[in-house]
Design a protein around this ligand. Structure first.
Ligand code: G4P
Length: 317
């Protein structure tokens, strides 16, 4: 799916993370959207923080399918140096689970002499500000800049010997997995001007038909589900998105489906499984490898052609 965007802040945030790694980092908290855990995981972050223990927080779990959240938690908890916990904004005391998991990941740190230094990251709109506000409450102190650390970074002291560093929400420049692009757009992580809403809504309908067909039928009073665009059209009709003359305004119908999904009005939904994500990741890596191979072959052929031309012209002379 073509996404026309400039992932704002990316370079400065990337630098802020590099600076944090250099200054000292014990645990990375990655806030994921529980409806699309794999797609909301930032590959750039993994590359910048390799080797650091990682806490995956599956946020907005109130909007996700509980059985799928369990599957994703098991998937992450089986990985080395990784813990995963579910969370949502309704949890008024998230600090306990979060601090406990971080302390387990870095048991040798966490006193006044050796504070536990934790970085929290997440894509835009994943709920990071909401969580930090709840975590920080009135007690925690926000402290000033450290030398060598960009002003983008904010430091919070959650309790004695526990420092939380925050950086702005960050996306990455190229979303190699097509399905992830659709899922991120459907979730609201990508600005609406950067993609075609009808295209994203049609993909969402295809996924819902496959995984939660009854939700679509219930929400929009549809007795049967036909082709994806016929379903979108039927939703438009139900929502009164017709213009004079009777044609359905597909972008209005698309907006309605996307708003309903984002607001949880279609029920608790998860768009992807760990197995699907692994297959998509592999397919994207294979496609990239094929592209690189073809580019190398084209370059070699061009070089050959040029040297052939050179030889021919020196033969002429
Ligand atoms: P960000 O800093 O990561 O960009 O995200 P932020 O906290 O601003 O949250 C983005 C939206 O997600 C907000 O909704 C927020 O209320 C909602 N949100 C955050 N955590 C949860 C959660 O666990 N469950 C659910 N259901 N929603 C959550 P908004 O409509 O953009 O703003 P608001 O009017 O609700 O504040």
């Amino acid at each position: 799916m073509p996404i026309n965007w400039f992932p704002g802040h990316m370079n400065s945030t990337r630098q802020a993370i590099k600076d944090r790694v250099k200054a000292g980092l014990d645990v990375v908290i990655e806030l994921l959207d529980a409806r699309l855990p794999g797609s909301s995981s930032n590959p750039l972050l993994a590359a910048l923080t390799t080797g650091r223990p990682s806490l995956k927080v599956l946020n907005k779990q109130d909007l996700a399918d509980p059985a799928q959240t369990e599957a994703w938690l098991a998937h992450y908890n089986a990985q080395p140096h990784t813990r995963a916990i579910p969370l949502d904004a309704g949890d008024k005391a998230p600090a306990r689970a979060l601090i406990k998991a971080c302390r387990e990941l870095a048991p040798l740190r966490g006193d006044m002499h050796k504070p536990l230094r934790v970085l929290i990251c997440g894509i835009p709109n994943v709920g990071k500000s909401t969580l930090i506000n709840t975590l920080v409450g009135k007690k925690a102190a926000k402290t000033g800049d450290e030398p060598g650390i960009t002003k983008l970074e904010q430091k919070f002291v959650l309790e004695n010997g526990f420092y939380l560093f925050d950086t702005p929400g960050m996306l990455w420049p190229r979303i190699a997995i097509e399905q992830s692009g659709y899922h991120l757009a459907a979730s609201g992580a990508i600005g609406r001007n950067a993609f075609d809403e009808a295209e994203v809504a049609l993909e969402l309908i295809a996924t819902l038909k496959r995984r939660y067909p009854e939700r679509l039928q219930e929400r929009y009073g549809l007795t049967e589900l036909g082709e994806d665009d016929a379903v979108l059209e039927a939703i438009g009709v139900k929502r009164g998105a017709k213009i004079r003359g009777g044609a359905v305004q597909m972008h209005k119908a698309a907006e309605a489906v996307l708003m309903d999904f984002r607001g949880g009005l279609l029920g608790r939904i998860t768009l992807e499984t760990p197995e699907e994500m692994a297959a998509w990741r592999q397919a994207a890596a294979d496609a990239d490898a094929r592209k690189a191979e073809k580019a190398a072959a084209d370059k070699a052929a061009e070089k050959e052609k040029r040297s052939g031309r050179r030889n021919a012209s020196s033969g002429d002379a």
